[in-house]
Design a protein. Sequence first.
Length: 349
Amino acid sequence: MSEQINHHRRRFFGMTAIALSAVEFGVTGTAAAQSPATAASVPAIKPGTNTSFEALKQVKAGVLDIGYAEAGKADAPVVLLLHGWPYDIYSFVDVAPLLASAGYRVIVPYLRGYGTTRFLDDQTPRNGQPSALAADMIALLDALDIEKAVIAGYDWGGRTANIMAALWPERCKAMVSVSGYLIGSQEANKKPLPPKAELAWWYQFYFATERGRKGYESNTHDFAKLIWQTASPKWNFDDATFDRSAAAFDNPDHAAIVIHNYRWRLGLAEGEAKYDAYETTLATTPIISVPTITMEGDANGAPHPEPSAYAGKFSGKYEHRTIGGGIGHNLPQEAPQAFAQAVIDVDRF
């Protein structure tokens, strides 16, 4: 697939300018931090070149025993890569070695409810609310003695990265976020969308029903494959590629986490009180101050905002990239070179 990049660079100064500006600015000034990469560009790679990670690791972090893949030297600058639903760490199977070869330590965790990640206590609520997922990742950084990392993700992982950058900016050196600014709230989700947009969220309403819960539990793999096909209509993935990721859905908590996540968004399920303060802050749709590159595939079939709708949510050095060539929702796996390049570039901001 082609990975042509359309760069739209904007820089905003101060919250007032952020709210009002519709003018594009060229990115100027000296980069705040240099990437460890010795080359300016990531080498070309055919998506699907890599099909496995080295042996997975486990670490107890917060309420979880988190499974994760790791690449690169242990003392290198850290990049944390976060997957979405219904995907898994294999979204980054080509990205991770590119970043490792560029001089990074790459951490790719399974989110709660995926792969080898497990709850430490059977009594812990199987809570999928977004702030809980972000708190998991802060706990992971703590468990691995990582003070700060470049955070990059898409879908659930993009939202998790956004929340980490908004609530814990001191832990985020920079961020790459596919589909931009994804922070929301139960109150905001009460507002109806135009009919075409509501149609794109069909599965959210399906999951709100008991029929939907049972349907997802009974047909998880077929359901996920349908989402892959509709979210990335031009990505001709093969069965082996899908099956590698689908194994992550065999996690005993997967369906419960997914259903709770979407029901929580609609206000149909309660969260945990310990996350209330986070949700109060997130409900204000806070400005993100860390250096950021947002990305979008030109053939993303999943619900997503237009870049112009969220450019003003970033007050630090900022750039948007639209990736051409029929790239869909799972951008890191479909366009690994472009995604890895964005991580290296934002680190140089």
